[in-house]
Design a protein around this ligand. Structure first.
Ligand code: S3P
Ligand code: PEP
Length: 430
């Protein structure tokens, strides 16, 4: 595939069945659980998401893993110390955070690194918590940021940890995933508001599937030292990926889509897309082991969307509203600036190409479509962010040509995205 692809479409009636890959969030938790359980727990329906394939490669110690993750290049760069293994997790935020905790328990010395962007994504809160437990972690470049130098295996000093909840739930998940393997277990006090809460609930549910019990009272989550049970964990299809099909449905004149494998009782908080998109006339009917999306046009009334529990849906929703000229207000977007890119700035830059403004007023963001126009062609920069590519691609239903730069970024969570777009009748060139 060339770097850029151009998407277009000669009709606005979309009918397709799309089989989505496994959730990268569920899969990455399951892989860490599998590794810590010493294979008592087996993961099935592993996601094709590059972040998950990458983590599976590291945890299952696949030699010669692609993307030179634990390949020769990175190992050569660490010859100054033969004890030190370099593990490069590329752009995978969950892998970075989960492995930081995981490697503190292994009798290994590891340099945990990632892309240039990963080196700008803060991790100090998690490192501080692990150090309080007794772990030996150093910063190889800048204080509070990857790469990290982890000397694994430590004597636990305490089981009481207080951690800020409003920066990233991934720090909390990372600690919870290792909690039952700690000799004294863990009592985690969450300080302040918990962001991305459904992801913490997902972690606890998956631990439960693996036999690990917990208590959650007010802001304290406790997990005692206990053993995993023999079981297998099946990874559900990815609801965040499904959101782009809701977007397609919202921008089409007529849409009938079937997404097999998705259920209404998902562990993924992003399944809330069904409720959010009901506001845009998209119905979700669960039957035949999947979900049917149908468009039943109706006026859009809802003006305020709080996305604190589902930050990965922000780009999808903001772009849908921009395309429809619906001047909505968004809250709960605080964490967007430290994701794959500064997603607020990226949205502002790209929406400006169709005259739409996303105006920041403290913690509230408002869309201004008063100068909106529909160009013949729009070229979208993706900032190494898969969700920029996937959120903007459905614009091909309203703009004759949508060129997406560095289109392979979709691999991070949804490698078959462009193939699936073709299946749904889009022309995808490049
Ligand atoms: O735990 C997870 O799997 C994730 C948690 C969220 O991050 P934050 O907790 O940093 O918001 C989400 O944005 C990310 O894509 C996946
Ligand atoms: C934020 C995301 O991923 P991560 O933090 O795992 O890199 C995402 O997939 O939108």
């Amino acid at each position: 595939m060339s770097k850029n692809i151009t998407v277009s479409r000669n009709n606005k009636i979309v009918k397709a069945t799309i089989q989505l890959t496994g959730s990268k969030s569920e899969c990455n938790r399951a892989l860490v659980i599998e590794a810590l359980s010493k294979d008592k727990v087996q993961v099935t329906n592993i996601s094709d998401a590059a972040d998950a394939v990458l983590l599976a490669g590291i945890l299952r110690k696949v030699v010669g893993y692609p993307l030179s993750v634990i390949g020769e290049e990175s190992q050569e760069s660490t010859t100054h110390n033969s004890q030190l293994t370099t593990v490069n997790i590329g752009p995978a935020g969950t892998a970075m955070r989960f492995l930081t905790a995981y490697f503190t328990l292994q009798n290994e010395e590891v340099l945990l690194t990632g892309t240039e962007r990963m080196k700008q994504r803060p991790i100090g809160i998690l490192v501080d918590a692990l150090r309080e437990l007794g772990a030996d972690i150093g910063y190889a470049e800048n204080e509070d940021f990857p790469p990290l130098h982890i000397k694994g295996g430590f004597e636990q000093k305490t089981n009481q940890i207080t951690i800020k909840g409003d920066i990233s739930s991934q720090y909390i998940t990372a600690l919870l995933l290792i909690a039952n393997s700690l000799p004294q277990g863990l009592m985690l006090h969450i300080d302040g508001e918990l962001t991305s809460r459904p992801y913490v609930e997902m972690t606890l549910s998956m631990l439960k599937q693996a036999g690990i019990q917990h208590q959650w009272n007010d802001n304290v989550i406790s997990i005692a030292n206990q053993d995993f049970v023999e079981t297998s964990i099946w990874v559900e299809p990815d609801w965040s990926a499904a959101s782009y099909w809701y977007s397609v449905a919202a921008l089409a004149d007529e849409a009938e889509l079937f997404l097999p494998g998705l259920t209404s009782y998902s562990l993924q908080g992003d399944s809330v897309i069904t409720e959010l998109m009901a506001n845009f006339g998209i119905t979700s009917q669960f039957k035949d082991g999947g979900v049917y999306l149908k468009k039943e046009p109706k006026p859009i009334v809802r003006k305020i969307f709080d996305l604190k529990s589902c930050p990965d849906l922000a780009q999808t929703l903001v772009v849908i509203c921009a395309a429809l000229g619906h001047e909505a207000t968004f809250t709960g977007l605080e964490t967007l600036k430290i994701k794959e890119t500064d997603r607020i700035a990226a949205l502002q830059n790209e929406l400006a190409k169709m005259g739409v403004k996303l105006i920041e007023k403290g913690q509230v963001y408002k869309l201004d479509c008063s100068e909106k126009f529909i160009p013949e062609k729009i070229t979208i920069a993706t900032y190494e962010d898969h969700r920029m590519a996937m959120a903007f691609a459905p614009l091909a239903l309203v703009i004759p040509q949508v060129e997406v730069e560095e289109a392979m970024v979709v691999e991070k969570s949804y490698p078959a995205f462009w193939e699936d777009f073709k299946k749904a009748g889009f022309e995808v060139e490049g």
